[in-house]
Design a protein around this ligand. Structure first.
Ligand SMILES: Nc1ncnc2c1ncn2[C@@H]1O[C@H](COP(=O)(O)OP(=O)(O)O)[C@@H](O)[C@H]1O
Ligand SMILES: N[C@@H](CC(=O)OP(=O)(O)O)C(=O)O
Length: 477
């Protein structure tokens, strides 16, 4: 039985180490090397430059093109991407002339194609019969796909150079006549692949009728990964990350202080992804669950470690907080209006507006005459939302706050006193809790703090709720 294994962008940026761990290492026998399909993401940061920064919304090539900035602005950004890709190729292949030339020519060709398409489109849209808006999604898809084509193609070059029978499965549909539905596209591209004799490196991007970005947006490589696992009937699906899935971000709390999560469930994974830390794309989990494919998250650089199994029915036996997660760069958009009392229209209209502006609502809270939306996105879009809200509700007062959300998450937290312990840990660290959310399901407790308190709050919560533990808290609520 084979496995399907996804390698995230952060890990792809440490490719040489991957060769020694999950890709080749000490494996020599075909049964050790093959029967593994790898699905790769673009190198860390590349999709941000091609589209826009995933968290801050800072514009990349796509955003500059879509915002109708001058041609120079997006062309310059595209040239920067080309230069960055060239640097990655140089770092990876150094003096290996054949591979380096092949890698450079590959990306230059694709970037030239997309540059030509975008210029032609811009020209076409100077005629009133053609509207840029109608074609933007295609441009977005095309640009995104280059990130994954680049990293997959390079991986095959490096593996072949090391004597591995590697095969490039290009799902980007470049020069394809007609897009196929998602599942069919994967089926067709895997026809004739001999997984027991070839190490497949597939692009995390799939060109398909539905539009991968349109349907799933960022983090889409996990959708490709999940579809490949179900279509090819994998025994196990593995996500390789830079660290073990840990009790908090090891970069923030320190690798020695965090503990590795041995097992968790999809509910916890969804809370993480709502905060932007994608243990697994929520929609990708669905396909795997339905088809009974086992899922595991592993540290790409510690291949011997079992990692974390994710299942539907895992629940911690003892009540405890399992993960401290959070998000910086959160904007609180607050509207106060005395007319609001008892009128549901405000919330409906503002939610619609925020969705139109593609601002991601992480959470919201309300009292009698105010609602605050906690959103992620670019400052520019948040300002636009605030201006539009001012026009919609001239009597209302709109305020923006720079915030962070810190959250304690667990599969079994329905116990008395746990919320009090969370809040007092922050108070003891001299952090003001500006808002607090706990839903009745009690899978997470979110504390809204000022942006500058983010790191301090994560460290304080981890120390109080995980390092010191909550053993003395017991009875179920
Ligand atoms: N609870 C956590 N466990 C592990 N890593 C975390 C956690 N929270 C945040 N991170 C951070 O996530 C970063 C990116 O992880 P990863 O998922 O490998 O990226 P990618 O999306 O590129 O696959 C890591 O560098 C780590 O600092
Ligand atoms: N590179 C894409 C797709 C993806 O899934 O990436 P990652 O596995 O690095 O989150 C993105 O940034 O959205």
């Amino acid at each position: 039985m084979h496995t399907v294994e996804k390698i995230g962008g952060t890990s792809m940026s440490r490719f040489e180490e991957l060769m020694d761990t999950i890709l080749v290492g000490k494996r020599t026998a075909p049964e050790e090397l093959y029967n593994r399909i790898f699905v790769v993401s673009a190198y860390g940061g590349i999709t941000n430059y091609l589209l826009e920064h995933k968290k801050t919304g800072e514009p990349g090539v796509y955003a500059r093109f879509a915002n109708a900035e001058s041609e120079e602005a997006w062309v310059e950004e595209l040239n920067n991407v080309q230069a960055r890709m060239g640097e990655i190729n140089a770092e990876l292949f150094g003096d290996a002339e054949f591979e380096r030339n092949a890698a450079d020519s590959f990306v230059i060709e694709r970037l030239n194609d997309v540059r030509d398409c975008m210029k032609s489109l811009q020209h076409l849209c100077t005629y009133g019969h053609f509207q840029l808006d109608e074609h933007l999604m295609k441009v977005r898809e095309m640009l995104a796909s280059i990130g994954e084509a680049h990293s997959a193609y390079n991986s095959v070059l490096a593996l072949r150079k090391a004597g591995i029978n590697a095969r490039f499965v290009d799902l980007t549909g470049w020069h394809m006549d007609q897009p196929l539905p998602f599942e069919e596209m994967i089926q067709s591209q895997f026809e004739g692949v001999e997984i027991d004799k070839e190490m497949v490196i597939a692009t995390g991007y799939t060109h398909c009728e539905e539009g991968l970005m349109k349907t799933f947006d960022r983090g889409y490589s996990e959708m490709t990964f999940s579809m490949i696992a179900t279509v090819t009937g994998a025994g196990e699906a593995i996500i390789h990350k830079e660290y073990h899935l840990s009790s908090a971000d090891p970069m923030l709390v320190g690798t020695d202080n965090v503990v590795t999560i041995g097992a968790t469930n999809y509910d916890v994974a969804d809370q993480l992804s709502n905060l932007g830390m994608e243990a697994i794309h929520p929609k990708a989990a669905k396909g795997l669950r339905r088809n009974g494919v086992k899922l595991r998250v592993k540290n790409a650089f510690e291949p011997e470690h079992e990692g974390t199994t994710i299942s539907q029915d895992y629940h911690s036996e003892a009540p405890r907080v399992e993960i401290i997660a959070g998000r910086k760069d959160v904007f609180g958009i607050e509207i106060f209006d005395q007319e609001m009392l008892g009128d549901a229209k405000y919330d409906i209209e503002i939610s619609k507006l925020l969705a139109q502006l593609k601002l991601y609502v992480i959470n919201k809270d309300a009292d009698a005459n105010s609602i605050t939306y906690y959103v992620g996105g670019s400052r520019k879009m948040v300002n636009r939302a605030a201006n539009l809200m001012e026009n919609m509700y001239p009597e209302g007062q709109i305020r923006l706050h720079n915030l962070a959300i810190v959250s304690a998450i667990g599969s079994h937290m329905k116990v008395k006193g746990i919320l009090a312990r969370t809040v007092s840990a922050l108070a003891e660290a001299d952090i003001n809790v500006m808002a607090l959310h706990q839903s009745i399901r009690q899978v997470e407790m979110q504390c809204v703090v000022s942006e500058e308190d983010y790191e301090k709050a994560i460290i304080a919560l981890h120390a109080a709720l995980i390092e010191r533990g909550i053993d003395d808290i017991g009875s179920a609520a």
